[in-house]
Write a protein that binds this ligand. Structure first.
Ligand code: GDP
Ligand code: IMO
Ligand code: MG
Length: 425
């Protein structure tokens, strides 16, 4: 019986979907606990690439329940599209997918409010995915939101209209022009698909699963540096992306948590606005972007790229209580004579080994250590022995600095391109 957690230690897109898919055969249940369709989790196997937004990344494996927990926000239109795509591939979604009745609904007007707010911020915009995430979580904490369970209530339309009237007031404050008719029609039609799913009291089901000795893996979305409390506020998402978020987002107590797998890229990327101390603006950044195909899985936007940032990574490890690490995209770093890793920030001549409060406004100079690179193509490696010595040294250096084992090394996007350094079953 265990709840393990897998979550991102950087600014999202670390490769969570891929590793959840790889580890799923060891679990009975995969559960999403926060975020919503701002997430884009990519899985590759049998020469097909899948991008999941709301549905947990265990959906392709046999005999695994997939739970969308209470902490998630759901856009029924996007959810329906995902489900239809899976059904067209003969994935038995209806028997494997469970949705918390307490998960909040993203309304078409939430998406409009997201767009209106971003437009009003102008050059200071967050760079949101425009999926309505912020406004939906605002209605949740403001105690105005609509939840999945509400769609079964007789007065649902009335409650919907009441909330939409509030939103229209806000939209007129923003002087934002819109046409709601089409999206509203689509939204109500998509509720029928939502109604056809297993709508459950997920906190009870998950705790019963644990009692029966089942293993659960909680799948994080976004990353620690986008956390509403501990990320580079205000350039963050609107949920707790960290380990603590699994407890509130699933209704599972902290003492049930066992392993916490922190996942990071061998370098850094960020999509959207906000501080990024090791960002590269030169041809090296372009090279990483090109080799790593660094374009958003949800929005297609190019991802900003930079060297690995140890102060940020150590911070994320501390906040999450990480017990082991998964290093992704090692293959993308093939082809550099030297690699840089940031060990400290220099701000006004003072050295920091953590992210200070005013990171947003401070002029941060990253302090780098240089490590030897490698040129070998490692994408076909099937064991650690096949990796070049310089990559072994890179891994050893990081394990020493981060004081944790790197138990998974990923050398390509495919399910098979994964080197497991410990027994998971
Ligand atoms: P997630 O949001 O954390 O699930 O990550 P994304 O799916 O948004 O972004 C990760 C991208 O990197 C996807 O396109 C993956 O297919 C790809 N990917 C994952 N692991 C590796 C790897 O080890 N090497 C390479 N080259 N690509 C990878
Ligand atoms: P996955 O799960 C990368 C970023 C957006 C923006 C900020 C706020 O695929 O790792 P939001 O739409 O949440 O209000 O946007 O957060 N962001 C992500 N960046 N990966 C994600 O998810 C992200 N989800 C949100 O780019 O900067
Ligand atoms: Mg992603």
């Amino acid at each position: 019986m265990a709840l393990d957690v897998l979550l991102g230690l950087q600014w999202g897109d670390e490769g969570k979907g891929k590793i959840v898919d790889v580890l799923t055969p060891n679990y009975d249940v995969i559960a999403r606990f926060q975020g919503g369709p701002n997430a884009g989790h990519t899985l590759e196997f049998n020469n097909i690439k899948h991008v999941l937004h709301t549905i947990p990344s265990g959906i392709f494996r046999e005999d695994t329940d997939n739970v969308v927990g209470n902490g998630v926000v759901i856009d029924p239109i996007i959810f329906e599209e995902e489900i239809k795509k899976l059904q067209a591939m003969d994935v038995d979604v209806n028997s494997k997918l469970f949705v918390s009745k307490k998960a909040h609904l993203i309304l078409p007007t939430h998406r409009l409010l997201d767009a209106a707010s971003e437009k009003a911020k102008g050059k200071d915009k967050i760079g949101s995915t425009l999926k309505g995430i912020g406004p939906t979580y605002m209605d949740k904490t403001g105690r105005n939101g609509l939840r999945v369970g509400d769609i079964l209530a007789a007065d649902f339309d009335e409650r919907y209209n009441e909330l939409v009237e509030k939103h229209k007031g806000l939209l007129s404050y923003y002087e934002f022009e819109y046409d709601l008719s089409e999206s509203e029609k689509k939204w109500f039609a998509s509720l029928e698909t939502l109604k056809s799913l297993n709508l459950i009291d997920s906190e009870h089901q998950l705790n019963n699963d644990l009692k029966q000795g089942k293993n659960i893996l909680a799948e994080g979305a976004q990353g620690t540096l986008l956390d509403i409390d501990f990320g580079s506020y205000p350039f963050v998402t609107s949920s707790n992306t960290i380990t603590a978020g699994t407890c509130t987002g699933l209704g599972i107590a902290p003492n049930k948590i066992d392993n916490i797998i922190g996942i990071f890229k061998a370098y850094c990327t960020r999509v959207g606005s906000g501080p990024f101390p090791t960002e590269l603006f030169d041809e090296t950044g372009e090279k990483i972007q090109k080799l790593g195909h660094e374009y958003g899985a949800t929005t297609g936007r190019p991802r900003r790229c930079g060297w690995l940032d140890l102060p940020a990574l150590k911070y994320a490890i501390m906040i999450n209580g990480v017990t082991e690490l998964s290093m992704m995209k090692a293959d993308v770093l093939s082809g550099f004579d030297t690699l840089k890793v940031c060990t400290h920030y220099s701000i006004d001549g003072k050295l920091y080994d953590y992210m200070p409060y005013d990171i947003i406004n401070a002029k941060v100079e990253p302090v780098y250590i240089e490590l030897k690179g490698w040129h070998e193509d490692i994408t076909a490696a099937e064991s650690m022995d096949e990796l070049p010595e310089a990559l072994h040294d890179y891994i050893e250096f990081l394990e020493k600095e981060l004081e944790l084992p790197i138990s998974i090394v990923s050398v390509g996007p495919n399910r098979k391109q994964t080197l497991l350094r410990k027994q998971y079953a």
